[in-house]
Write a new protein. Structure first.
Ligand SMILES: Nc1nc2c(ncn2[C@@H]2O[C@H](COP(=O)(O)OP(=O)(O)OP(=O)(O)O)[C@@H](O)[C@H]2O)c(=O)[nH]1
Ligand SMILES: [Mg+2]
Length: 190
């Protein structure tokens, strides 16, 4: 079922971020991990651009959801093909967002279930912990794994993340959507 949600704006620098207000959920992860797809599946709408070309989302895109939440779709990191100056520019926006956004209530840290933690993911995780930003981990593209591979992936992810929320998600089947919504409501205090 579609959730009332609308695109608010696209910001390439902090001055363009919308005013703080509603609790915000940010979607973070490497390029191509499925951030925009997750956002679309959660809202049941094609609000965010998705693409098989990594680096599709190059700005922070804000969406208002049910008049109760803001979703922020962030540019992916770890996209080696982006020119250095461009990737540094994105990094600056992400840093500014994560450091200063007071209404940020929850970060969804997405990992490709086939790859688990990559160095850049672990760096982000450490950063979130250092700055005491609440986060939950979503393992994406679980439809690409069989049960044995999923068990191995779970074990590997848990090696660096013992007990926090870990949700298995597939944009194809919709697996995990209910749990992700439950986590969002729980962590945004609604
Ligand atoms: N099989 C499968 N494919 C997925 C899933 N989620 C995303 N994809 C595909 O992976 C590609 C990247 O998805 P996006 O949602 O655009 O990824 P993103 O993280 O927003 O990427 P950037 O904006 O580049 O950072 C697209 O081709 C999607 O269709 C999933 O759960 N299962
Ligand atoms: Mg995207």
């Amino acid at each position: 079922m579609a959730t009332p949600a609308e695109f608010l704006l696209s910001a390439v620098e902090p001055a363009q971020f919308p005013p703080e207000g509603l609790p915000e959920v940010a979607f973070l992860g490497r390029s191509n991990v499925g951030k925009s797809t997750l956002l679309n599946v959660l809202t049941g709408r094609k609000l965010a651009f998705t693409s098989s070309t990594p680096g599709r989302t190059q700005a922070v895109n804000f969406f208002r959801v049910q008049d109760r939440l803001i979703f922020a779709d962030l540019p992916g990191y770890g996209f080696a093909k982006a020119p250095k100056s461009v990737s540094r520019g994105w990094q600056g926006v992400i840093d500014a967002y994560l450091l200063r956004r007071e209404s940020l209530a929850l970060c969804m840290l997405l990992l490709d279930a086939r790859r688990g933690w990559m160095d850049s993911d672990l760096q982000l995780k450490q950063w979130l912990e250092y700055h005491q930003r609440p986060y939950a981990v979503v393992a994406t593209k679980v439809d690409k794994l069989n049960q044995k591979e999923k068990n191995a992936s779970q074990k590997a992810i848990r090696e660096h993340y013992e007990s926090g929320d870990l949700i298995w998600f597939s944009g194809l089947s919709g697996q995990g959507v209910k749990e992700i919504w439950q986590t969002i409501w729980k962590k945004t205090g609604q």
